[in-house]
Each structure stands twice: as structure tokens, then as C-alpha cells.
Design a protein around this ligand. Structure first.
Ligand code: PLP
Length: 442
């Protein structure tokens, strides 16, 4: 097929004219036409090392040959069958997923199309389970400030950031959603210091349940590492304390693994770093490393609250996307990419900590595996967010051939979440470029 565009401007101008104006404010002028591993090429022939993997999604790398072959095989055979019939890739994917989910015992899965849809389905399942087996509505769903759970009305309500709710009255008025302070040690909401704080923020969950909720608890929904909020890694004992509290009020623990799943944090699922067993897991992004597929995994006794016809999704069991996900799981396990993510993440973080010694603009380096955040501040003491500086770093990195994320709750965190097969040599080049660029924003 031939396309009528020859340059970046041709595509950018066409998109500006024809698309809804809701895409990111600082959309980067890069028209990506090819990708291989951790490198992408633009329409002008320029190459970039991809440090953001399309919002932390392309875990096994761009166009991994095994994933491409799986897609091609099923693209030529059958794309879509719906849940009224069966297909082979979705059957195999369900078998493989239940084997790797971070829960013991019997498990089941459901396929949909996106992370937001997976979270919506998880809340429906929670409430159905509560009604059927616990004889309550499961009204209250507790989430974290600075979290991100999607862009539908319910998931926007669950998201702990007002910037996603402005002008969307319905999203803030969904009953039962409670957003509590986050274990963000760099900017502790209680102005305490870890570990002397005794993880006060975790125990605060019980206060909210006792004094702010309806008492009819549904679930605690959390990202094991908060991604969009600025790569916030909770203290290691945080989730264990929260799990005990939520269980004592007969609520479920839902891990939103949309971003932290499929090897990104050095484990197959982010929650495994905290040695906590969730009841429900939601997935998307890395599950296919490039095609639209979401999934919900749950302990069987919970999944069985759903009755035939209770929930569905037209494209969910799509043969092509499920075949890609089967190949992704095989690649992750064969190439031990999660283990590599841990080693490479440690290497990257060490390099970033070295940069922090030289660049005062770096307020905090944090992360786990290849889910890394570098928070920039205008001054070390007041920690004033260096938002414009973060945008400038992103732009200057792009000019030097590196795609990097900039955002977080305060808009000043560089997000480094590359494909998990990035090499040490590529990391060294990224660190060198960052060293040069950070001098421009000191
Ligand atoms: C943790 C988390 N949950 C949910 C979502 C929403 O996923 P999707 O964009 O596929 O709906 C995202 C997307 O960034 C995410 O990071």
C-alpha cells in the first residue's frame, strides 16, 4: 500500500487537522516507520534508541521475530471469531497465563482489549463476587493518589489525578471510589521519613475504611509500582500491611499490572517484588508487546462469581492478538527477559545515581527493574518540580536520538522504561547523552 506522506510535517499536519485535539500537548514530531529491538527509525531515516517503549508497552522489543511470525501465521488464517466460538491461540494463551499468574491454586482469565477495559471488568467482577458470595454490594473501591487506571469514566474516577478528570463531572461523581495518599517517600504526604515512619501511610488505609467509607468494602486497587504517576515504588512492606487490612474488611486486593507486568520490574509481575498474593490481576501493554489486548486474571473462586453472559468483549479472544501474547510469554521465559530487566535496571540506576552526584537538577532516582524514574527539581531542598526542565530534557534527548518519557504527577519525572532486551552499550549511550543534556537545564 502506498501512503501520501513524504515527511514528518506531512503526517503531523494531517493528524492535527483530522484527529480529536485530545492527544498529548507535547506530542513529539517523530513519525515512526520501523522498529527492531530497542531501536526505532523515523520517516526521515533517523534512528532512535527507544527508552519509553510506547508507554512502557513493548517489553520484548519492537517486532521480535517470534512475535512477528505468530502474528503473520494467524493473520493469514483467521483474525476474529468472537466469544460465541472458539479459537486456538486464545485457548493456548489462557493455559499459559494461568501458569504464570502470581497467585497460588486454581485461576481463570478473561480477554478484552485494553488496560482500562481490564480494570472496568475487574471492578464488575469484584462487585458480582461480593453480592453473590459475601452478601454485600462491594461498593467502596480504594485506590491511590497519583495512580493511573485508564481513561474510561470509571477508570478515570479510580485514577488519583485531577488532571484526568477536569471537565468530566461523571468521573468524579462515581459512588464508592476513595483515593488515599500514596507511599511516595520522596514527597511523603505525611512529611515523614522511611523507615522511622513505620509505613504510616499503609496503616492509614484502615482509617479511611473506618471513617470515610460506607463500610461496604469492595477492593483495594493498586499499581505495584505507580507508572504514570512518576515511577513511585512503595516501601517493601507496604502492600503486605495493606493486604492484611483489606482482608480484615472482607475486601479484594487487585493488582493493576498493566504497566508493571510481563517482566518490566525484574519479575514476571510487579507485585511479586512485594511477596503479596493478589486476588485479581489486570493486564495489557506488555502482554502482546505491541498489539491491543487486555486481560483479567483471578482466583477461580472469584472468577466463578461471573455467570454466562455477565461480561464480554467483541475483540477480546482475537486470534491474532492472542497468538502474539502466546509468543511474548514464550520469548519472556526462553530469553529470561525479566531476569535481564533486573540486571539491566540495576546497571541503569547505578549510572543515573552517578549522574545525580554531578547534576543538582536530579532530585531523586528510583525504580525497580526497567521501570525507572528520575525526578527533576529546581532546588534540592524545597524540591520544587522542574517541569519545564523535564520537557527540555525530553526534547534534547530526542534531538540526540533517544526517546524518553517526561511526566509524573508533578510533570517533572523522566520515565525510563525501555524494551527489556536493551543492551548495556545502548544504556551507556543513553547515560552519556543524559549527562550532556542535563548540563543544559542545571
Ligand atoms: C497502570 C495502568 N493501568 C491502566 C492503564 C490503561 O491502559 P490502556 O491505555 O490500555 O487502557 C495504563 C496505561 O498507561 C496503566 O499504566
Amino acid at each position: 500500500m502506498s501512503y501520501p506522506y513524504k515527511s514528518t510535517d506531512d503526517v503531523v499536519n494531517s493528524q492535527k487537522k483530522h484527529m480529536f485535539p485530545c492527544t498529548p500537548k507535547y506530542r513529539q514530531p517523530v513519525v515512526i516507520v520501523e522498529g527492531k529491538g530497542a531501536v526505532v527509525k523515523d520517516i526521515e531515516g533517523r534512528e532512535y534508541i527507544d527508552l519509553f517503549a510506547g508507554y512502557a508497552a513493548v517489553n520484548v522489543g519492537h517486532c521480535h521475530p517470534k512475535v512477528v511470525n505468530a502474528i503473520l501465521e494467524w493473520a493469514q488464517k483467521i483474525h476474529h471469531t468472537s466469544y460465541d466460538y472458539y479459537n486456538v491461540p486464545s485457548a493456548l494463551l489462557a493455559e499459559k497465563l494461568v501458569q504464570i499468574l502470581p497467585m497460588k491454586g486454581s485461576k481463570r482469565v478473561f480477554f478484552c482489549v485494553s488496560g482500562a477495559e481490564a480494570n472496568e471488568g475487574a471492578i464488575k467482577l469484584t462487585r458480582k463476587y461480593m453480592l453473590k458470595f459475601k452478601h454485600k454490594a462491594g461498593l467502596d473501591i480504594i485506590t491511590l493518589r497519583y495512580s493511573f487506571h485508564g481513561r474510561t469514566h470509571l477508570t478515570t474516577a479510580l485514577t488519583g489525578q485531577t488532571k484526568y478528570k477536569r471537565g468530566m463531572a461523571v468521573s468524579i461523581s462515581i459512588p464508592g471510589v476513595k483515593v488515599i495518599p500514596t507511599p511516595y517517600c520522596f514527597r511523603c504526604p505525611f512529611k515523614m521519613k522511611y523507615p522511622e515512619c513505620g509505613v504510616f501511610c499503609a496503616y492509614y488505609l484502615e482509617d479511611v475504611i473506618k471513617y470515610e467509607s460506607s463500610g461496604d468494602i469492595g477492593a483495594f486497587l493498586v499499581e505495584p509500582v505507580l507508572g504514570e504517576g512518576g515511577i513511585i515504588v512503595p516501601p517493601k512492606e507496604y502492600f503486605k500491611i495493606c493486604l492484611d487490612i483489606i482482608k480484615s474488611y472482607d475486601g479484594l486486593f487487585i493488582a493493576d499490572e498493566v504497566q508493571s507486568g510481563f517482566g518490566r520490574t525484574g519479575k514476571l509481575f510487579g507485585i511479586e517484588n512485594f511477596e503479596v498474593e493478589p486476588d485479581i490481576v489486570t493486564m495489557a501493554k506488555g502482554i502482546t508487546s505491541g498489539l491491543p489486548l487486555g486481560a483479567i486474571g483471578a482466583k477461580s473462586e472469584i472468577a466463578e462469581a461471573f455467570e454466562p453472559g455477565d461480561h464480554s468483549s467483541t475483540w477480546g479472544p482475537n486470534a491474532v492478538t492472542c497468538a502474539a501474547a502466546v509468543a511474548v510469554i514464550d520469548v519472556l521465559l526462553e530469553e529470561k527477559l525479566h531476569e535481564k530487566a533486573k540486571e539491566l535496571g540495576d546497571y541503569f540506576i547505578k549510572g543515573l545515581n552517578d549522574l545525580a552526584k554531578r547534576h543538582k537538577v536530579i532530585g531523586d532516582v528510583r525504580g525497580i527493574g526497567l521501570m525507572i524514574g528520575v525526578e527533576l527539581v529546581k532546588d534540592q531542598e524545597k524540591k520544587t518540580p522542574a517541569t519545564e526542565e523535564a520537557l527540555k530534557v525530553r526534547e534534547e534527548m530526542r534531538k540526540r536520538g533517544f526517546l524518553i518519557g517526561a511526566g509524573g504527577a508533578y510533570g517533572c519525572t523522566l520515565r525510563i522504561e525501555p524494551p527489556l532486551m536493551i543492551t548495556k552499550e545502548q544504556i551507556d549511550r543513553a547515560l552519556e547523552a543524559l549527562d550532556e543534556v542535563l548540563k543544559l537545564v542545571k
